[in-house]
Design a protein around this ligand. Structure first.
Ligand code: PLP
Length: 349
């Protein structure tokens, strides 16, 4: 029976998207399922969810909901750019490596300018070098910078790092977008208020990930500068991102934000990453590739070590730098993390 198989399959840490829906999001969906309400976002759930996000971010910015992060990022960047503009990102940015050209597609051609950052973090120097490399009419005009918080390599930009990037953006006339697919993990890691990591540090637009935080589906797009959101509702509709039963994209946010589940989920996931990092700290033969600051651990090990883990049933991706990526979600079982630690020890002997 497929049901039994799913239940019995041991938990994997290949992706935080392997997790199910957390109870808070699930219950909010259930509540929103009562009765009928107007469609296309004209319902009380959507209004309340947008207000809850504005409260959390201490802002009166504009809030939109999209089905996934690729669409959220692409539409947000498209809103910042004309087709002849360009967007500066890091070489390992999801927009560059994992969105199938969607940012260029939705912006009708705004080109991504890729900075070769060894650890996945953009720096002011790298941004300046790309933004000032050309100023002639033959080169797409730099218009925006996108940073991922936390990065695809599981590292967190400090408030000061974000401020340094945003002040350079102001100097060069660039807008700053933040891909926050795991934004909750960054807030949990830094113990900072969402506002401190975003508009107070100079971020213009945030894509706030709900899916990896424990929802079934959905991301929120927050424009801190309302002027940038002009006609964004039309853009969402044209991109196929206007949910007709919008309440089911919106209501889970209410569940997540009501009493802090979003942050607890991030804290738990981060703690599991720390548990793994500490558990293998003195194991020779494996080593973390990047500082473990959020919910990811990338382990460098010989091919035989990685193969040994696969043979013991562990699933993981190696698409960043060839190491084994383990990514923890709200539902990660600490005992299962301990099993992973034991298996890493065994295969590293
Ligand atoms: C998961 C993720 C996204 C969103 O991906 P979708 O599959 O489109 O929802 C965006 N950015 C980063 C860094 C991610 O890890």
């Amino acid at each position: 029976m497929p049901d039994t198989l799913t239940t019995l399959a041991p938990q994997q840490f290949a992706s935080d998207n392997y997790a199910g829906i957390c109870p808070e999001a699930w219950n909010a969906m259930f509540e929103a399922n009562a009765g009928s309400v107007p469609a296309y976002g004209e319902d009380p759930w959507t209004r309340r969810a947008a207000d809850a996000l504005r409260d959390l971010f201490e802002t009166d910015g504009e809030v939109f909901f999209a089905f996934n992060g690729t669409a959220a990022n692409s539409m947000a960047l498209a809103a910042l750019c004309q087709s002849y503009h360009s967007v500066i990102c890091s070489a390992s940015a999801h927009v560059e490596t994992d969105e199938c050209g969607a940012p260029e597609f939705f912006s009708n051609g705004s080109k991504l300018l890729v900075a070769q950052t060894p650890d996945g973090k953009l720096t002011p120097d790298a941004i300046r070098a790309l933004a000032t490399s050309r100023s002639d009419i033959h080169f797409p005009k730099p218009r925006a910078v996108t940073i991922t918080q936390p990065t695809e390599t599981g590292q967190v930009y400090s408030i000061d790092e974000i401020k340094a990037i945003s002040s350079l953006c102001r100097e060069l006339g660039l807008r700053l977008h933040m891909d926050g697919a795991r934004f909750a993990n960054a807030c949990a890691a830094l113990g900072c208020a969402p506002a401190d990591l975003t508009w107070k540090a100079g971020v213009d637009v945030l894509c706030f990930g709900g899916t990896k935080n424990g929802m079934g589906v959905g991301e929120a797009i927050l424009f801190f500068d309302k002027a940038l959101a002009e006609d964004f509702d039309y853009r969402c509709k044209q991109a196929g991102q206007l949910a007709s039963k919008m309440r089911f994209l919106a209501a889970p946010w209410l569940g997540m934000l009501k009493d802090g589940a979003w942050l607890r989920n991030g804290q738990h996931a981060n703690a599991c990453a720390q548990r793994l990092a500490q558990g293998i700290a003195d194991v020779t033969g494996v080593a973390p590739m990047f500082p473990v600051e959020a919910n990811a651990v990338f382990l460098k090990g010989s091919e035989s070590v990685l193969e040994g883990l696969r043979l013991r049933g562990w699933r993981f991706y190696t698409f960043i730098g060839g190491g084994a990526r383990f990514m923890f979600a709200w539902d990660a079982d600490p005992l299962r993390v301990d099993q992973l630690i034991q298996d890493i020890k065994k295969v590293s002997q």
